[in-house]
Design a protein around this ligand. Sequence first.
Ligand code: ZN
Ligand code: ZN
Length: 160
Amino acid sequence: MLDLKKLLDGSLESLDFSVEIQDCDFVDAVSCKASACGTITNHSGLILLNGSIKPDAVVECARCGREISYSDEITLNAKITDKLANEDEDEFILMQDFAIDIEDIVRTALILELPTRYLCDEDCKGLCPKCGSNLNDGECGCDSGEHDSRWDVLKDFFGE
Ligand SMILES: [Zn+2]
Ligand SMILES: [Zn+2]
């Protein structure tokens, strides 16, 4: 927990934070670590948190399964309050006993902001549906389309 009392009573104008999360096993990745840092400032009673999260993840391409690294930065901007108003609660972080759980904030942001699907390349060719070869590494030599045996079975069935 990060104590905000000194910020709230005015003895500090801003407070820096940094957090390391060693194993983000709560996100869908082969492996994931993250570090976050930022500043919390008191603007005459309005407590603002500004920072960024740097993930260091290994994820799988949704098409070909190849492992790729992902490290796009996530921006953290939120207001900290002691009670939630009913509008736009997403932008608010609730403090408890004049403190916030910065690790929990980083974890939640990772869950919300990390993509749910990754591609090794926008043009990833994926895997051959017949032999399972990675088509990014070249043609596997399987016939594609017209001679798919599944269609032959259907043709037989309809007597064509
Ligand atoms: Zn791929
Ligand atoms: Zn193939």
